[in-house]
Design a protein around this ligand. Structure first.
Ligand SMILES: [Zn+2]
Length: 263
């Protein structure tokens, strides 16, 4: 797990698996952790790493309800987990799905965990909406923006005073736009359109997977992703994939996207 401080009050933790990012933010004497690292060793180390860096969380958040983003409770059992209303609805629509997918993935990679994932009570957050982080004059407001299309649910979090934007599974330098189950091309385009002005106001943009970006890089990825969505919409079987994302694994995601969009 790599820890990179992208601002004095924002720490990005990148898992060795899928380069999954967790983001710790602090303001006004409080901290939150958005999303989670993946590997058991990383989750075991997380409380020590965050406490040592001064980011001990008071609450957990997740950008969307895909299982790889929901593992914060494995490091902080019993801590409250806030999700967009759309994500809570998805968890209710598909009871046990996240736990089952985690079990299946762990089985595929022979990853052993000491405890199963228990999501317990989750807190549904209205999106669009706002969330206060911290108390007093140093408190900051987190803006919650809808981010659907990759999945049927989700939110991007913008800490405007910190110029930090956590987007979930969009604007990745390691993954092409992925229209997964319940997602849609039209919603994906809507999310990119919504993210563009936020990216323009951000200094750091943290995707769900891959490196944190500066503004220029994030805007370039956004353009590449729009080009890709155009090719997908045209039904191209072998489009040019963006530099750094033209791999067998990304071609497999493209094939899945094609099947979903044309089906
Ligand atoms: Zn993900």
């Amino acid at each position: 797990m790599r820890a990179v401080s992208v601002s004095p009050d924002a720490l990005v933790l990148t898992s060795a698996f899928w380069q999954t990012n967790a983001v710790a933010l602090r303001a006004g004497g409080e901290a939150v952790l958005i999303d989670s690292p993946y590997l058991p060793e990383e989750l075991d180390a997380l409380p020590g790493v965050l406490a040592g860096a001064g980011f001990e969380p008071d609450g957990l958040l997740a950008t969307h309800a895909d299982f790889d983003h929901l593992l914060g409770r494995l490091a902080y059992p019993g801590m409250s987990l806030g999700l967009a209303e759309t994500s809570v609805e998805r968890l209710h629509r598909e009871p046990g799905a996240a736990q089952r997918e985690l079990r299946d993935f762990d089985a595929q990679w022979y990853i052993a965990r000491q405890a199963p994932l228990a999501l317990g009570q989750v807190q549904a957050l209205p999106v669009p909406g706002r969330l206060d982080l911290g108390r007093g004059e140093h408190a900051v407001e987190l803006e919650l923006h809808p981010a659907e299309g990759h999945t049927p649910d989700g939110m991007a979090l913008f800490a405007r005073p910190l110029a930090l934007l956590a987007v979930g599974d969009y604007l990745s330098d390691v993954e092409i736009p992925w229209i997964s189950g319940g997602g849609s091309l039209a919603d994906y385009r809507g999310t990119l359109a919504r993210l563009a002005p936020l990216v323009a106001d951000a200094s750091s943009v943290v995707p769900g997977h891959g490196a944190p970006h500066d503004r220029e890089t994030a805007l370039r990825l956004l353009d590449e992703d729009l080009d890709y969505l155009d090719a997908l919409e045209r039904g191209e079987e072998r489009p040019d994939l963006p530099p750094g994302r033209d791999s067998k694994a990304q071609r497999a995601i493209h094939a899945e996207n094609l099947a979903r969009v044309s089906g």
